[in-house]
Design a protein around this ligand. Structure first.
Ligand code: ZN
Length: 157
């Protein structure tokens, strides 16, 4: 039986080697937002389509380390078809998981939400042991938050 850390490593490598929702969407109507993590050189490009307050479609581009790219792949898989409110809950739950062990870093007020299921994203919890890599894991979520803000702004009449 492989240990939990081996299992987590397998999940991360699977998303890194076979990224989900890789590609582009036509802009407009989709929103395109780029995120950059200068500490590691990670780049994430999100193409987001929001309709009726929910994520209709999402595509991911960019390049970087395995943590940043696998996190973006997992994020894209979990937010598809979710409402914007659900995406906010997922974002908070993920950031809470990434900040538990660093004692009140930039998201110190966030608490784990037991009702939110993170699925494959739980494989990234080992990253909290390497504080310099946390920004690799949260890059795609910060970029998504910006994309949702822009998509919602352009959806309003
Ligand atoms: Zn990185």
């Amino acid at each position: 039986m492989p240990g939990l850390e081996d299992l987590y490593r397998e999940i991360i490598l699977d998303h890194y080697r076979s990224p989900r929702n890789r590609g582009e969407l036509p802009v407009p109507p989709a929103t395109r937002v780029e995120g950059f993590n200068p500490l590691c050189g990670d780049e994430i490009v999100i193409f987001l389509s929001v309709a009726n307050g929910a994520v209709e479609d999402i595509r991911i581009g960019g390049q970087g380390c395995s943590i940043s790219q696998s996190s973006a792949s997992m994020m894209s898989a979990v937010v598809k078809d979710k409402t914007v409110a659900e995406v906010h809950r997922l974002t908070n739950a993920f950031k809470a998981m990434m900040s538990i062990h660093v004692g009140g870093d930039d998201h110190g007020d966030a608490l784990p939400d037991p009702d939110v299921k993170l699925g494959d994203l739980e494989a990234l919890q080992g990253v909290v042991k390497f504080p310099v890599r946390i920004k690799c894991a949260t890059l795609s979520w910060n970029t998504l938050a910006q994309a949702i803000d822009e998509a919602m702004a352009s959806e309003d009449p």
